[in-house]
Design a protein around this ligand. Structure first.
Ligand code: NCD
Length: 528
């Protein structure tokens, strides 16, 4: 049987299915037991044991636990371990990430562990280095492990957090009730929880943070979509005033380095609402555990140090578990373990190419409408109708300008107006007499910038063809697409020259394929 883990990248927690994660935890459990008991035979069964197998660690942001546990985990495998000294590399001479990582790929390295402020970096690099390996006939394809990318995700922290929760849940996947306390806005470890906690069948999440540090809406939405029960509280104090208190508290530190000036000024004040105090002790449920990805601040720890010696301390074991989890992960990706995993049947019926460009037979157009150009009906040209139905006139007007620009119709004669239907709702109409016929790629652009609109092609005073356009499942390959997240690898300010790609979400947003940021159809275009 082939090993499904071999050569895989872990960019976001969802890259591993629930069944794969369950198998992973079973292996971590086995390894931890063997290491603590000094069982060399089991330990050896995990090892790669190949001095030529190359693992590269690249940390472009500060780190202690993630970096050191990975380094030690890599050494456990008796392989070649290298570290890119990022403050002494050509990244500082203006070299692109692609060129830097391609270079070291060439020196027989096949696992990269990367931390960066740039979101979506490892997803991008796994494609780039695969191309480089192919071009140069290298007998391996590099795998990437995201060790934290900006505010986006931290999938290996998620794995070790889940493993620690499981240990305290008797390795039971039925249900979990977790309180997330702290800087939920900037902390990537809590963002990974939105998909990570799907591991459990029934999930209740309490989000405890002042409004400035509360969980971004898109992650709350994702949690709800994933079927979690979600509640919000502005402080620990407020949380403890109600009865239904969790027995698992996951703290995250205020991420000062990511805060804007406005929030930073209030940091001391905000910290108070997410710091544990002695008087809270009596309200805790028996058997409660606290967790923290760490580090905690030496002057202002949100878990005070007097708690270290108490039963609440789950964070030290959690940190040690990082070592076992990372040994296991590297072993799976290298293929030294994982052969006995039986993948679930994922054979989904082949989806037909979805038709988001729907041609409406003109015979079904009830009454032949006459679109007029000034006082005369249009003889030839294009009419785009039903634009932003239901929006306010001001918004519709602004959006019609964007549509005209996206379709390259700014230089054509014609106009646009806003009409009001019987139900009192507004919609926009764009007229372009004499405009050229639109090609399929133009129709795709129109469907992406004005989903729900209709396009009428008028010839000799009659509607010759009519299309109803729906949001396409994905959009890419256009130079003027742009993710609005400045930290994203595709954002022009990062100058990495990575084209944006978007996927349609269940609730009709466009999600960036790299950083996961949600956009409306109005937001994905780059217009200065
Ligand atoms: C976290 C991180 O870097 O995202 N730390 C970690 O990996 N152990 C959390 C943090 O920095 O607060």
């Amino acid at each position: 049987m082939s090993n499904v883990f071999k050569g895989r990248s872990l960019n976001v927690i969802e890259d591993f299915s629930i069944a794969e994660r369950r198998y992973f935890f079973q292996k971590v459990f086995e390894l931890k037991k063997a290491i603590l008991a000094g069982d060399n035979e089991v330990m050896d069964s995990f090892r790669i044991n190949d001095p030529d197998f190359g693992i590269y660690s690249v940390f472009l942001e500060n780190s202690t636990r993630t970096k050191e546990s990975f380094k030690n985990a890599a050494k456990f495998h008796h392989v070649k371990v290298n570290e890119l000294l990022t403050n002494a590399s050509s990244i500082n001479k203006g070299e692109s990430f692609a060129d830097t990582f391609n270079t070291v790929t060439g020196y027989r390295n096949s696992i990269f562990i990367v931390r960066s402020t740039v979101e979506g970096l490892t997803s991008y690099l796994s494609n780039e280095t695969a191309e480089y390996a192919r071009r140069n006939g290298l007998p391996y394809t590099p795998a990437f492990i995201n060790a934290g990318d900006g505010k986006h995700e931290h999938p290996t922290q998620e794995l070790l957090d889940e493993f620690t929760f499981l240990e305290d849940n008797d390795m039971n996947f039925d249900s979990i009730h977790v309180a997330l306390v702290g800087d939920l806005y900037h902390g990537r470890t809590v963002h990974s929880k939105a998909d990570g906690l799907k591991l459990f069948k029934e999930v209740k999440v309490d989000l405890i943070a002042p409004p400035e540090l509360q969980m971004p809406e898109s992650y709350v939405e994702l949690m709800l979509e994933n079927g979690f029960t979600v509640r919000m509280f502005a402080s620990i104090e407020e949380y403890l005033q109600q009865e239904d208190i969790s027995d698992k508290w996951y703290f995250t530190r205020p991420q000062l380095e990511r805060m804007g000036e406005r929030v930073l000024q209030k940091a001391d004040f905000l910290r108070q609402s997410i710091t544990f105090r002695k008087e809270f002790m009596k309200k805790l449920r028996p058997g409660t555990r606290f967790y923290h990805p760490l580090p905690r601040h030496k002057e202002h720890p949100t878990i005070p140090t007097w708690l270290d010696e108490t039963e609440l301390n789950g964070w030290e074991r959690q940190s040690i578990n990082g070592y076992y989890c990372r040994i296991t992960l590297i072993g799976l990706i290298a293929g030294s373990i994982g052969d006995d995993f039986v993948p679930e049947d994922v054979s989904v019926p082949q989806e037909e190419e979805e038709d988001y460009i729907e041609e409406v037979p003109t015979s079904s157009v009830k009454k032949e409408k006459e679109y007029s150009e000034g006082i005369r009906p249009i003889q030839n040209g294009l009419v785009i109708d039903h634009i932003c139905k239901g929006d306010r006139p001001k918004e519709i007007r602004a959006h019609m300008n964007l549509i005209s620009s996206v379709l390259g119709l700014d230089d054509e004669r014609g106009g646009q107006w806003i009409s009001c239907g019987h139900d009192g709702s507004y919609k926009g109409i764009i007229f372009r007499p004499d405009a050229r016929d639109l090609e399929r790629k133009d129709l795709k652009r129109l469907a992406s910038v004005a989903p729900g609109c209709t396009l009428n092609v008028i010839r000799e005073g009659r509607v010759e063809r009519k299309y109803r356009l729906h949001m396409p499942p994905r959009i890419y390959n256009f130079d003027d697409l742009c993710c609005k997240n400045e930290a994203c690898i595709t954002h022009p300010s990062n100058k990495e020259n990575v084209p944006a790609i978007f996927y349609r979400t269940a609730d009709e947003h466009f999600e960036c394929a790299y950083c996961g940021r949600f956009h409306t159809f109005k937001q994905i275009w780059n217009r200065q």
